[in-house]
Ligand binder design. Sequence first.
Ligand code: MN
Length: 305
Amino acid sequence: MSGGDPIERGGLTSTPSGPVHELMPGRAADLGPGTTVRRLVPTLGRRMVGAWCFLDHYGPDADGSMDVWPHPHTGLQTVSWLLAGAVRHEDSLGSDALLVPGALGLMTAGHGIAHAETSPESALLHGTQLWVALPEHVRDRAPAWDFHAALPAASLPGAAVRVILGSYDGATSPGTAYTPIVGLDVTVAGDAELVLEPGFEHAATAMTGAVEVDGALAPVGSLLYLGTGRNRLSLKGDGRMLLLGGEPFAERIVMWWNLVARSHEEVAEARGQWSDGARFGDVPGWSRRTDAPPLAIALKPRGRT
Ligand code: MN
């Protein structure tokens, strides 16, 4: 089956069909004790938004904690974006960074990297963890870690925008992206109107408060998929939302555990190379590591929906 075949499943189609409203409830995911995690991408109905292939929204939890031991990634970038608290990032390149609200942690896994994420103390923790699938020509590149202490801002009537990835109104994130993409943290106070790239598909979720997006509520804990073909997007309410967008990702991918690949065989190889220590390196200072789960099913490459 080619990637262009329209697939009807649950009333959704894989072919971009212009502006839509599809409200996708997130599901609970496990991150650590005392921390509430909502997995908003992938969901049953929608596996990607542009190259964005994973979104967890965690907290706010008064005594939240993160204690994620070293684990591997391939074929993707991770984006760490905090609203409150702090997370320490350590990786197999020797990076050691403290992520705090306003700072962007961007890890390009490429061929392979291992990292650990821990909260230095049990305190108010609120944030997001996103993954971006890398396209074919760079997905096997050397790994990299980039830390940006501050990101560019744009302001418009009724809203303040922080550009996490991509560009908005002339403000461009210093984070390197490999596909046409945008990720915005938008604080809404009243009525506002964003200008969008009509060739992108978009989706929104509230991280705090209540925000109406194009007349539809995009509540905390759900993802409002907005489709393609939008030049403008009206926002109304009082809260802070995440707007994700990008050119619809044309390649079919296999996503399993922390790995993005193109086939079952690639995943099985990477899993084996994590288990035998051949590929991903060690995170300095760590003797513990996260074991890969059993690979018990045959994985098939899948498209965006
Ligand atoms: Mn990770």
